[in-house]
Design a protein around this ligand. Structure first.
Ligand code: GTP
Ligand code: MG
Length: 356
């Protein structure tokens, strides 16, 4: 990734090698030149400091920060905008997205990106959530994914345009969609044809993460059964959702990702309202029989989804976006363009600028 790649080799290392006084190591082991460094304490098997790359990368990332962009899509009224608010108001940032506490979230009518720069432990992340209008309530829903795929491609195009510039920016603002949360209606039945078609189309250009919306409307058994059915139907339809099996790098990766794939699609509940439960303020949905707590893993899988997106797979989502989805777009685009001519972009509507 542009911002988290190892820093270039420089004459002076950012982190001093330790222990000091190690001279360079030439030739094969045991050639007898050890112990010639200043202080005489080094040997051929002495510490070189390769592991300091981690510290160097950490420092670099802390300085530059990084972008992470999540898009929410799905049919109308499934709680997409609510979940955007939930993400920002939950432990991700404890901030609000602009609606006041009692304001009702209006129906989304255009693609809208909301960003917050979140800082933790000295690391800055610009989290952008791209909210999209719900679809599926037209008589003809054919190609209803066009505005979404157009937006995704526009961000690739913007990045490509910056990359092929002769005077390139040191850090290209990354507005590319790193993952797309696809909201599935909690019907308890099957996926609708529109869902499978939509996901199939989009999974070729972006990381798709299916989620079951409004899971508080399902009983525990219904939820388990519905999740199983959705997984099966996704497999039958050949929809590759993230983390894609073909990109597992080794057995450890495969075993970790298998567990996640078996837990998907995460059944979430969204809310931006806070209630007092056992002396603590929690985000939740108040019902006559109690509060459904959004961040309580016993009540729903929102916290699991958030940890998966941010704590365990953020870097991988960015890498798959860059190395697979963007690369596919880039290769096609340069091929179509003869690979030589300057590329012109149409103005891309609602876009974001990095303010990191
Ligand atoms: N039961 C339940 N209701 C929810 C949940 N999330 C949102 N809602 C309610 O569902 C309604 C629609 O929520 P929105 O967030 O506007 O849905 P949307 O998907 O953004 O809708 P569009 O913008 O029309 O696509 C609101 O009344 C929300 O309060 C949930 O997890 N469970
Ligand atoms: Mg909405």
């Amino acid at each position: 990734m542009s911002e988290i790649v190892p820093p270039e080799v420089r004459p002076k290392p950012a982190v001093p090698a330790k222990p000091t006084g190690i001279s360079s190591v030439h030739g094969s082991q045991g050639s007898g030149v050890g112990g010639q460094g200043a202080g005489g304490g080094s040997s051929l098997l002495g510490y070189i400091g390769i592991d300091t790359i981690i510290e160097q990368m950490r420092k670099k990332t802390m300085k530059t920060g990084f972008d992470f962009n999540i898009m929410v899509v799905g049919t109308s009224g499934l709680g997409k905008s609510t979940l955007v608010n939930t993400l920002f108001k939950s432990q991700v940032s404890r901030r609000s997205t602009g609606w006041s506490r009692d304001e009702k979230i209006p129906r989304t009518v255009e693609i809208k990106a909301v960003s917050h720069v979140i800082e933790e432990g000295g690391v800055k992340m610009k989290l952008t959530v791209i909210d999209t209008p719900g679809f599926g309530d037209q008589i003809n829903n054919e190609n209803c994914w066009d505005p979404i795929s157009k937006y995704i491609n526009e961000q690739y195009e913007k990045f490509l345009k910056e990359e092929v510039n002769i005077a390139r920016k040191k850090r290209i603002p990354d507005t590319r969609v790193h993952c797309c949360l696809y909201f599935i209606s909690p019907t308890g039945h099957s996926l609708r044809q529109l869902d499978t078609e939509f996901m199939k189309n989009l999974s070729r250009m972006v990381n798709i993460i299916p989620v079951i919306a409004k899971s508080d409307t399902l009983t525990v058994e219904e939820k388990i059964e519905f999740k199983q059915r959705v997984r099966k139907e996704l497999e039958i339809s050949g929809i590759e959702f993230y983390p894609q099996k073909e990109f597992d790098e080794d057995m450890e990766d495969k075993s970790d990702n298998d567990k996640i794939r078996e837990a998907m699609p995460f059944a979430v509940v969204g809310s931006d309202k806070e209630y007092q439960v056992n002396g603590k303020r929690v985000l939740g949905r108040k019902t006559p029989w109690g509060v459904v707590e959004v961040e309580n893993p016993i009540h729903c899988e929102f916290a699991q989804l958030r940890d998966f997106l941010i704590r365990s797979h953020l870097q991988d989502l960015k890498e798959v976006t860059h190395n697979i989805h963007y690369e596919t777009y880039r290769a096609k685009r340069l091929n179509d363009n003869g690979g030589l001519h300057p590329i012109s972009t149409a103005p891309s509507g609602d876009t974001q600028e990095s303010n990191l």
